[in-house]
Design a protein around this ligand. Sequence first.
Ligand code: 5GP
Length: 176
Amino acid sequence: MIENVPFTELISAERIAARVAELGAEISRDLAGIDELTVVCVLKGGFIFTADLVRHITIPCRIEFIRASSYGTHRASTGKVMLDHHHDPHVEGKNVLLVEDILDTGLTITRVLEELRGHNPASLHVCTLLDKPSARTTPVKADFTGFTIPDVYVVGYGLDAAGKHRELPYVASLNA
Ligand code: 5GP
């Protein structure tokens, strides 16, 4: 009997690995000339993507973390983005690459970008693994995007549903 899993694979681990390697190469090429890249990982969802991505970037990196939460344990955006200031990243005068798991409404990244710009970085680029452009309410675009996906709730490869499924090696949509 086939095990009844609560999700359906959308992007395999192999496709993710290949695309992350390509993204690392694109970033290294487009930002060539920079002597150091400050990679700011948006926690928690960005932790696996960031860890894999930086190993494909040939520019020397410094890794920082920022914690943003907008969803709590619900799947609908609360419209409010909370930033954890215990993790204030050191970005003043730095060339920054912000690494997100997913762009949905765009609220979170807009808030984080606003915060980072307030610290006067030398340059600021955004890389997201996943993009759901059809869900956007705030106009924002990533400089580097892994995969464009439809407006479905996804888990795995760092992304959770109420704290679960982050460890899945692939990206999956939750079954209703
Ligand atoms: P936004 O502020 O763009 O609506 O949402 C961004 C944040 O919401 C992401 O960093 C992520 O934490 C969460 N999010 C948005 N869509 C999804 C999704 O499909 N799956 C999961 N697990 N989180 C999502």
